[in-house]
Every structure is written in C-alpha cells, then in structure tokens.
Design a protein around this ligand. Sequence first.
Ligand code: PXP
Length: 247
Amino acid sequence: MTVPGGPPRLRLGVNIDHVATVRNARGGDHPDPVRAAEIVASVGGDGITAHLREDRRHIRDDDIARIQAATDLPLNFEMAATEEMVAFALKHRPHAACIVPERREERTTEGGLDAAGQHNRLAPIITRLGEAGIRVSLFIAPEARQIEAAIRLGAPVVELHTGEYAHATGAARAVELKRIADMAALAARNGIEPHAGHGLTYDNVQPIAAIPQLAELNIGHYLIGEAIFTGLADAVRRMRELMDLAR
Ligand code: PXP
C-alpha cells in the first residue's frame, strides 16, 4: 500500500525471456512467453520486460507483437544500441525501451551500459526513440559518472544494475546497497526516474525495494525458476508481497 506523501508505489516488471529459453530448447511453441505475460497480467504485475537479443537465443521477433497484443501491460523492450534494434523498436512502439549492453558470448547482461563512454553513439538513438514516444531507459552500473552521462543524454529513466549487489555477501553487500541507494537518489534529484534490476530474488529484494526513489524493479530469471516449482502466478504474487512489505 502506498502511504500518502510516502514513496511512489514500486512497480514490478516481469522479465519473461527465460520462458522462451525453455521453449527454444526444443525449438517448438511450448512454453509460450505470451501465456506467461497473460499470467503476469492476471496477478497484478505492472509490466512485461522482454529482451530481443541479437542472436535470438530466447525471445524471437514475433514474440514481441504477440506479447503486445495479448495484454494491456506496458512492454519494456530491452535492446542493444544497434540500428537493427532501433528499427525494430520504432516499428513496434513499446511503452519503454531499455538500452542494454550486449556481447554475443555472455550468458546474460553482465555489466551496465557504458553511457559515459558512448555519448555520441547513444545520443541520436535516445532522441529517435524519444521522438517516437518510447520511454528510454539506460541500464547502467550504479556509478555517479554513468548517472551524469544519463543526465547529459536526457534519458528519462535509468535502470540501476543490481548484479554486484546480488552477488556480494556480508559487508560487501551493504556497500553495494548503499551505492544503489545513493545513485537512485542522485538520479531522482536530477529528474531521472530510477529503476533497478538483475539477480533479484525473494532473499535479496527487500533492501532494494526499500529504497524510496526507486519506481520499478525488473525481475526475471529467479521468478521463472521459482515458477517451475510453485507456478508463475504464485511466484509473482510472492515477490509482490515481499516488495510491498519492504516499502
Ligand atoms: N533488467 C535488465 C536491464 C536486464 O537485462 C535483465 C536480465 O538480464 C533484468 C533486469 C532481469 O534480471 P534477472 O533475470 O537476473 O532477474
């Protein structure tokens, strides 16, 4: 529940990529990420996140339009900063586009986007997507130089990479948590809406959910993994409950 005058409600975006990973293991149509999107919608998820990777290892081109047609939830389209993906986003007009770094050999999106080092490459992409009415988000490490780059680029949203936090233990985790909290506050002070995601689980989500400036968490792998044991509806509800309790 959102307290009047308190932090905004924290949205939960569910990344359904790995439903497609399982589907693609056999090359057929099952399990269908569209059905996952429908379940997320039915239990009060706030958005669907899907990453069309260059190698199409999970989400395929036709999944995007099918997901958009299946639910009214906003689609957060994760994409590399390539001409192919910009053209795809302009054609499909998702609610949001989250620009992520992409290296073909990595297993997942392991680090943040170097917004600071790629200003000239990113600036026209952010402008084109923004002019098409797509809300652009930059998936960046929780570092001041990356937030400052996002400010210079005029990005309306940053998604802070929580991977280092998720992997850290003990005192190191507290350090990572503070970095994320400080960078969420820095972004918000500069008019940028901070989101967060990567590696979040039932066990580690609550300190992140308690950061008052955060407006959205995007969570995928763990929820899809838990869905194998308890079902996707139950997993999304449980994550939602933990987030609400922390807020
Ligand atoms: N946010 C972004 C930008 C991502 O690329 C991903 C997937 O790597 C996630 C959130 C979700 O991460 P996870 O699957 O570890 O929950």
